[in-house]
Design a protein around this ligand. Structure first.
Ligand SMILES: *Cc1c(COP(=O)(O)O)cnc(C)c1O
Length: 386
């Protein structure tokens, strides 16, 4: 066909030869996905992951990341969301309707609690909060209209480790689905499906990416029908992720387990050092005996990662512990975890948990990949300002 210069800019002659191969997955950018002909377009089904219909419903890049994450968790289906929180919201919008009831642990990731409040206030859904250590006692909280139980193992600020098999057993006896926020263990140290959960949610923002530079979430299931319910919400809410972001997450995966183990080893050393300090009354690290639910961690987990909290002795005011936090040099003050940089965050936990009985300021540490001795020296120096 004869082309003008302008048309050549849009319809060039060249096509790269077939047969290129390399380790990194290709990054496919697309809103429009091209069909070979009308018949292919008419027979296209956005749900079918053996074919392509529209960028929002998947490209080879996003399908590859989904499949890799499903394999990692021991699931069969995966859906990506633009953040961990978006993945959480997708579960609620897929599975709950007006008149339904959802149970969330009191130590739940705070934006998930906020979502529960919104569902209660504006959507005619009841969201009730349970003691994360309730275990089999969850049976007494399940109502005929309870459709979903959220779990988080452990709670990412106060670190209680729930008895997941007991919660799942009680839930399934009443036909209630269980979703697990498995971000803390990255799916490496806790096998959600082995615990009995129906949906594993991951904030890929954390260890999977490992770069502190991307936001993404995932839902993994083992059940085609359940995946389809989630996929309907995924489609209706327009939960797309960018190809570049999907690539960044895939780039982190090969090193994730090694990084996780390095975070874990270093965090246990820092936590043990803090435990021996007179300024600290409690170390809330699931691998330590003073962590509520430690026995569940011991039974169900194979590792711990870099995130834990401590309680300062109540004799220190918040002003003093704030000064400690501000004095740290190697620890950035910021939310999230799973990257190379250590982080610290003080929490006003009584403002979130009205029935919190602990005393003293709670400070959360994310131990990054710096040299452990340097981190401990930094903390020791900052403790001196107390
Ligand atoms: C970070 C996090 C999320 C949310 O992930 P975003 O990608 O930041 O939205 C959810 N749950 C837990 C436990 C998290 O740590």
């Amino acid at each position: 066909m004869k082309k003008s210069l302008q048309t050549s800019l849009i319809h060039p002659d060249y096509t790269a030869p077939e047969g290129f191969d390399a380790f990194p997955p290709a990054i496919h950018h697309a809103s429009t996905v091209l069909f070979t002909n009308v018949a292919a377009m008419r027979s296209g089904d956005w749900k079918n992951k053996q074919s392509y219909t529209y960028g929002l419903h998947g490209t080879p890049t996003t399908f590859t990341l989904e499949a890799r994450l499903a394999e990692l968790e021991g699931g069969t289906h995966c859906l990506l969301a633009p953040s961990g929180l978006a993945a959480i919201a997708m579960v609620d919008f897929a599975l709950l309707k007006t008149g339904d009831d959802v149970l969330l642990p009191e130590n739940v990731y705070n934006p998930n609690r906020e979502l529960g409040k919104w569902l209660s206030n504006d959507f005619g859904i009841t969201a009730r909060y349970y003691d994360p250590l309730v275990g089999a006692g969850i049976a007494g909280l399940i109502q005929p209209n309870t459709k979903l139980i959220w779990t988080e193992a452990p709670g990412s600020v106060s670190m209680e480790v729930p008895d997941l098999p007991a919660i799942c057993k009680a839930a399934h006896a009443r036909g209630v689905l269980v979703a697990l926020d498995n971000t803390w263990s990255a799916g490496l140290a806790l096998r959600g499906f082995d615990m009995g959960v129906d949906i594993v949610m991951q904030a890929l923002t954390k260890y999977q990416s490992g770069g502190s530079d991307v936001l993404m979430g995932a839902l993994v299931t083992r059940d085609a029908a359940l995946n389809e319910r989630l996929a309907m919400a995924h489609m209706r809410l327009g939960m797309g992720v960018s190809a570049d972001d999907a690539y960044l997450v895939m780039r982190g995966l090969p090193s994730m387990k090694l990084r996780f183990e390095a975070h874990d080893a270093s965090a246990r050393k820092v936590a043990a050092w803090l435990k021996a300090r007179p300024e600290i009354t409690r170390v809330l690290h699931p691998a330590f005996e003073d962590c509520p639910g430690h026995e569940n961690w011991k039974r169900d987990f194979t590792g711990a990662g870099g995130l834990f909290s401590v309680l300062f002795d109540a004799r220190y005011s918040e002003e003093q512990t704030d000064r400690f936090v501000d004095s740290l040099e190697l620890f950035g003050l910021g939310y999230s975890w799973g990257g190379a940089n250590s982080l610290v965050m003080p929490y006003r936990i009584k403002a979130i948990r009205s029935n919190w009985t602990g005393s003293g300021t709670l400070v959360r540490f994310n131990i990054g990949l710096e040299d452990t001795a340097d981190l401990i020296a930094d903390i020791e120096r900052a403790l001196a300002v107390l």
